[in-house]
Design a protein around this ligand. Sequence first.
Ligand code: ZN
Length: 184
Amino acid sequence: MVDQKRVAAAVAELLAAIGEDLGREGLANTPQKVAESYAELFKGVGIDAATALDETYPAENSAVVVMTGIDAISMCEHHLLPFTAKVDIAYLPGARIVGLGRLPKLVDLLASRPQIQERLTAQIADAIETSLAAKAVLVRVQAKHDCVAVRSLRQQDAKIVTLEARGLYLEEAARQEALNLISQ
Ligand code: ZN
């Protein structure tokens, strides 16, 4: 749970530390507004990923489930600058499948904490593998990082791609097939 009062006090201190005039009209509501947006951006801190996958149904067959183009906004834990991502998921169900709306919920929960893209990708794959006992999971995250775009590197269009496989998708041919599916 984000302590908004404490965040607001810290933002006021931050503004003072960069030499700003806290009495300036334009900054009057800034600490509170930042606190509100941090409450949203960090709502996943301390929350177990399994809670996002709480709606499951018996799998009636073993067909692969694919969901692509899931939006994610996260904050890089090194610079506290946002990175925005598209997440593609393929999994082979075990005994149970999950309600489709739960996959974006899982992604959002895991993105809403100080993160790095590599860990976000792995945590999504791990949650699906363990919570659903999936036979295979492939997760691809393609992201643009503000810390790459606006700091000294100034790479506005650089895209970073991370890929995690679990279970049967650790095998090369099966993984390639799943990769083709999420790339369509
Ligand atoms: Zn960064």
